[in-house]
Each structure stands twice: as C-alpha cells, then as structure tokens.
Design a binder for this molecule. Structure first.
Ligand SMILES: [Zn+2]
Length: 480
C-alpha cells in the first residue's frame, strides 16, 4: 500500500514505482537505489530466467551466460573459465584502485524442484534440481548491484574499479577455491557478498569451516549364499565405520557437525559387495577443529577395514575454512542495510509466508520485518566457499529475508520463494545494500585501507594455503 506522501510524489511526476518499491521514495535514497528501483522488473525477469532453468554446480552454462551477456552489454570486460571452471568468470569495467568486488552464485541443488509461490510441496518436475538456496536471486542481485555501482562510479567520476566474480559450484563448496588457485582475487581489495535467508542481518563469525571426504572400502566379492566365506564385504566395513562415526558424535565439541550420505552400498543382496562408499562432511567453528575430526575419521576407517579384512581409502573432496571476519566492511554493510531497511513485505506476502509455516508446522511468524542489529556473532551455521575468499581478501557478507522466518535453505520452501515477490523483495534490498556499499568504498580510500589493515592483523602468520590437493581438478560429484 502506498502512503499518502508517496502518492503525492507520484502525482507531481517523480519516478513512481508500483508495488513493493513504492515505499522506497525516501529522503536518503541513493542514486544506486533509484537505478535499481527503475530497473526492478528487469532483475526479476533475470532471476526468474535462472530459476526456470536450474543447473547444478559446474553445469551452470545458461545461468552464467545470461549474467555475462548483461554485464558485457554494460561495458564490462569478461574473462571466462577462471580456475579451470567453464562457468566461472570475472567481469571488470575498468582498471584502477581501489578494486571492489561482488560475488555472484547461480548453481541449483539436486531434487529441490518446486513450483513458485506454492506453500505446499509440489515439484515442477519430480526429482529435478531447483533453486533451494536462492542462488538465482544471489547472482542476479550481485550483477544488478555491480552495474548500479559502476554507473555511479562513472557519474561521480570516482576512482577505482567494480569487479563481479561469477562463482560456480558453491553448493559443492569448491567453486571459489579453484578460482583462487587460478589467480582470481589477486588484485581485489575488498569483497562484498550476500546470501538469501529468513533474516535481514550482517553475517558475522557464525559460518562454519567444513571438509568432505569420500570413505571407500574395497573388499572381495563372492556369492552371498553359495560361498560367503570367500567374500569380504565392503558394506560391512562401511557399516562399521558409520557406527563408529555415530558413536563419535558424543565426543565432539557441541559446535561441531557430522553428516553423511551413503553413495554405494553394493549392487545386489546376493553379491558380497567388493566396493562401498560414503560421503562424510564434518564442520566446526574453526578449520583446526575440522582437521582434528578428519584425523579421527581416518583412524575409524582404518579400524573398520582391519576388523573386516578390507581396505579403506579416504579421499578429501573439498575443504573450506570459516570466514575471516572484517568488522570495517561489516560496518559498511550494516550502515547501508540500516539505511535501506528491511524488504517491505505486504499483507499478501505475509499470508503466503504464514500458510507455508503452517504447512511445515512452524510458528506462523510471517516474513522478517526488521533488520537485526550488528552483533559480533550473527548468522546461521552453514558453510560457504566464501570462507576461502575471505582468507585472501577482506570480505563481508549480509543476509536478506527471501523466505519465511524459521524456514531453511536447501529446502523446497526456498525454491518456492525464489521466483516469487517475497524472494524478489529480499533480492532488491540486497542489491541496494551491495551497490551503495561498493560506492561507499570507492569514495572512501581510508575505509579500504582500514579493512586491509584489519585483514592483515587477522591473517598474520597465516599465509593462504589452498586446501586443494595439488592434482585436484574441478569435477562435479557423479551422484549430483
Ligand atoms: Zn547457498
């Protein structure tokens, strides 16, 4: 609903944006806000286009091409295939310091197909991928923000460069890590990032470090009824290992997480399986703790192999550290998030959100209607390969509400909201905060310098070492 004041502004011929953005005609609006309001429909179409063709990590051909096309039309020079990943790219408008970057993600998740705007589980195509983490919104908002900030840089004749990194395969948590190994971020001085969420906040010191291993057992095949004594079951070994992990959960720190999926448990019950494989992820607040748990898992795998007369093979598939905090950049994002304010969800949005919460058995609290105050610890306990980026360049991240309170990412609820006004409104706020934050940094070299000084203190004595094995190649897991 427009207020009388906003209607008056429309009546005298100022830019009048219908619907969600009408309430944004505010005194402290920035030129980047105005540009993003005026082009709102365009960005919603881009987000919908990516949502309509959900692509898994490293296969985001159409999604990355759509974003690259937009950036090139705006004069950005685009380099593709960064870090050996065909769908990774870096877009840069000009050269010159400071270099401020935004991050776009655009990969989907397997099995999370869901009809947009439905408050009940209803796949578009059963078993197909879907944007259950809202990366269609993430990539679109970052591209929109980069373009808005670059236009403002030109208009104000500001020094410096706006960069946009197209970062694939976030859901398999290594896209950015390969980009770093390929030389990306070398000349970048600060990075601003965002992620869809159920809250509006600056994320700080809560994302977890994570590592993933494939634990394989190699046994000896035999007929399960005619000559089982000749076989040595790889599945037995995996079962024993998995039980050891389950028992270990009592003896890990309360901040740690362990989870797994069994990828291969044998071909048929009447064949003793000579191969079994599980994918195990461990997380905690620090990469040191993650490494300690990995060592314990390796011992458990060896023990399971010993007890079943099989062989264990443990392969690290990816690792990403907890983000290095940067309170100088966090402050820039918080100031802009407070200025822009939370997404303006209307009664229809709130009804939709409450219907979804009712369906899921959650408190019917609707959509987040406030910005959380800055906190030294703020955010969820998921992980992201932005952790790796934060170890090579100062980085800060914000969340905006794109799904109902209490709902989670990696769920059909986020897919349903990611091509719906509740998602688009959160996306618009993120774009405005990122664009204004990037312009703030271009105009304030002292802030960039302070961010870099804080980064130097945080990383003192810890030169960046890639977690990737030397021969690692970016390959998507077969099962995804
Ligand atoms: Zn995500």
């Amino acid at each position: 609903m427009s207020s009388p004041k906003q209607l008056a502004i429309c009546a005298i011929g100022a830019v009048c944006i219908a619907g969600a953005f009408a309430s944004l005609a505010r005194a402290d609006a920035r030129p980047t806000d105005t540009y993003l309001d005026q082009t709102r429909e365009r960005w919603e179409k881009v987000a919908k286009q990516i949502w309509d063709t959900p692509e898994l990590g490293l296969g985001e051909n159409r999604s990355s091409a759509a974003l690259i096309d937009i950036l090139q039309k705006e004069g950005f020079q685009v380099t593709k295939g960064v870090g050996g990943e065909a769908t990774a790219f870096v877009a840069t408008a000009v050269s010159g310091a400071p270099v401020i970057a935004l991050l776009a993600e655009y990969d989907a998740l397997p099995g999370l197909s869901q009809a947009a705007g439905q408050s009940r589980k209803q796949a578009v195509t059963d078993g197909a991928p879907g944007h259950g983490c809202g990366h269609n919104l993430l990539g679109t908002a970052s591209v929109a923000a980069a373009i808005a900030a670059n236009r403002e840089r030109v208009a104000k004749k500001l020094p410096g460069t706006i960069q946009l990194f197209g970062t694939p395969a976030e859901e398999i948590l290594f896209g950015k890590t390969f980009m770093i190994r390929g030389g990306a971020f070398k000349n970048t001085e600060a990075v601003l990032a965002w992620h869809p969420d159920d809250q509006n906040r600056v994320t700080n010191r809560t994302r977890l470090a994570v590592a993933a291993i494939n634990v394989e057992f190699l046994g000896r095949s035999a007929h399960a009824a005619a000559s089982p004594w000749l076989g040595r079951s790889a599945l037995d070994a995996l079962t024993l290992f998995d039980h050891a992990v389950a028992l270990m959960r009592e003896h890990i720190k309360p901040t740690a997480r362990m989870h797994r999926a069994i990828r291969d448990g044998g071909m048929a019950p009447n064949i003793i399986p000579d191969h079994a494989m599980g994918e195990y992820w461990v997380r905690d607040v620090s990469v040191d703790s993650v490494n300690e748990m990995l060592e314990r898992l390796r011992k458990a795998a060896d023990g399971a192999a010993l007890g079943t007369e099989t062989k264990a093979r443990v392969t690290l598939t990816f690792q990403t550290r907890e983000p290095v905090p940067n309170d100088v950049l966090n402050t820039v994002l918080q100031k802009e998030l407070d200025r822009v304010g939370p997404p303006r969800f209307d009664d229809t949005d709130q009804r939709f959100a409450k219907a979804m919460q009712k369906e899921l058995g959650f408190e019917e609290a609707g959509m987040a209607s406030a910005v959380m105050p800055f906190a030294q610890k703020n955010g969820g306990t998921a992980s992201s390969d932005i952790g790796e980026v934060s170890a090579v360049v100062p980085l800060a991240e914000l969340n905006t509400a794109t799904r109902p309170l209490g709902t989670a990412a990696h769920h059909w609820a986020q897919t349903a909201c990611a091509a719906h006004p509740v998602g688009y409104k959160g996306m618009a706020v993120a774009a405005k905060v990122l664009a204004a934050g990037a312009v703030d940094l271009l105009a304030d070299p002292a802030a960039v310098k302070a961010a870099r000084e804080e980064f130097a203190v945080q990383t003192k004595g810890k030169p960046y070492v890639s977690p990737l094995p030397a021969d690692a190649k970016p390959v998507a897991p077969k099962t995804h």
